[in-house]
Design a protein around this ligand. Structure first.
Ligand SMILES: Nc1ncnc2c1ncn2[C@@H]1O[C@H](COP(=O)(O)OP(=O)(O)OP(=O)(O)O)[C@@H](O)[C@H]1O
Length: 152
């Protein structure tokens, strides 16, 4: 039994350079053959996020409104770029949160495990931290010019 285990371990730690990139990922059910295929898989993931995650859709709408407000208020390019970055950070973390939830469910199914709870709770917390900070950034950048525009 022991030699078999050793073989397995030595196979796992064989350097990527000596295996080739594709061979190193042989655990995948399917491997993207070219760049357009990789983009298609990414688009599939994005579509899944939009269709299945209500919070993702809410963040997309809020992000579009905030960016539109920034354009209307004629924020400078740096401020607009900061808004884009903060909105993108929230959306990226939403997608990673969805991904982590899927991996946890794949690993443990419907059973309870404290580590599964930690994984899901901290992933959700990451989204929350990003959402709160991007709200603060939006307020800092949009509120002063908005008050001026409204004559307040
Ligand atoms: N297998 C599990 N073991 C322990 N706790 C779990 C498990 N699955 C879910 N939970 C708990 O239930 C919460 C909700 O889990 P769920 O998978 O439904 O996420 P969600 O509500 O869909 O999250 P989101 O709204 O971000 O998509 C988790 O944050 C975690 O606290």
């Amino acid at each position: 039994m022991l030699p078999q285990t050793n073989n397995l371990l030595s196979e796992e730690i064989t350097p990527l350079s000596s295996q080739g990139h594709q061979a190193a990922r042989r655990g995948a059910w399917r491997i993207a053959a070219d760049l357009p295929t990789s983009f298609r898989y990414a688009a599939q993931g994005l579509a899944y996020g939009i269709v299945s995650q209500r919070n993702f859709r809410i963040h997309v709408v809020i992000g579009a409104v905030v960016f539109g407000l920034g354009l209307w208020l004629q924020l400078n390019l740096n401020d607009l770029a900061v808004l884009v970055l903060t909105v993108a950070a929230v959306l990226v973390l939403e997608l990673l949160n969805t991904s982590i939830e899927a991996v946890v469910d794949l690993a443990i199914g419907r059973r309870f495990h404290p580590l599964a709870r930690i994984a899901k709770d901290t992933a959700a917390a990451a989204v929350m931290v990003a959402a709160i900070s991007s709200l603060l950034i939006a307020l800092l950048l949009l509120l002063p010019p908005l008050l001026i525009r409204l004559g307040l």
